[in-house]
Design a protein. Structure first.
Length: 175
């Protein structure tokens, strides 16, 4: 929606993904941050509602629905984002200290590698570890692992491009 408001079809530029990294690549960092924040709200609001209305299990059910809806939106013929920002929003609500630590890890990894996808994949490993360090029960760690697996599956094309050396850097706009 952000790219479209500026006359850009985000599906035809950069990686073709509607997420924050591609928007930042195509439109600039401030627009990418806006998309990250908006996508993050897709996870933060269900997490907060789940906690208010039920409990941690209720929050995870709503988070899972939000992440799946973000990744596979009906209105976009099931072609959505990769869920990183949506999951980040949920983690901000559930585990704010883990969120802050992982935000630093993502930023440093992205700066060192120049690739947002590498930073996101590092988070796939670090997130369950962070939740475990916080003392979450086993079911919750497994729920986080399940969400991470969903996100990693959405990154399979990135992984293939990383292996062939053709993955876009954070600043590239074309393959």
């Amino acid at each position: 929606m952000v790219a479209r408001s500026k006359g850009i079809d985000i599906y035809t530029v950069g990686s073709g993904n509607p997420g924050a990294s591609n928007v930042a690549r195509a439109m600039g960092v401030k627009w990418g941050v806006l998309v990250f924040a908006l996508d993050g709200l897709k996870g933060a609001i269900p997490a907060a509602v789940g906690l208010l209305l039920d409990s941690q299990p209720g929050a995870y059910l709503l988070i899972t629905a939000a992440v799946l809806g973000h990744m596979y939106p009906v209105t976009r013929h099931f072609k959505g984002g990769k869920g990183v920002a949506t999951m980040a929003g949920a983690i901000l609500v559930l585990y704010p200290i883990v969120f802050l630590a992982l935000l630093v890890v993502w930023y440093v990894t992205r700066k060192l590698t120049g690739k947002a996808s590498v930073a996101s994949l590092v988070l796939a490993i670090a997130l369950p570890v962070g939740v475990a360090i916080e003392g979450a029960p086993a079911w919750e760690i497994l729920a986080v692992v399940g969400l991470v697996i969903l996100g990693t599956l959405r990154h399979l094309d990135n992984i293939k491009r990383l292996l062939t050396g053709s993955e876009l850097s954070a600043s590239q706009s074309e393959d």
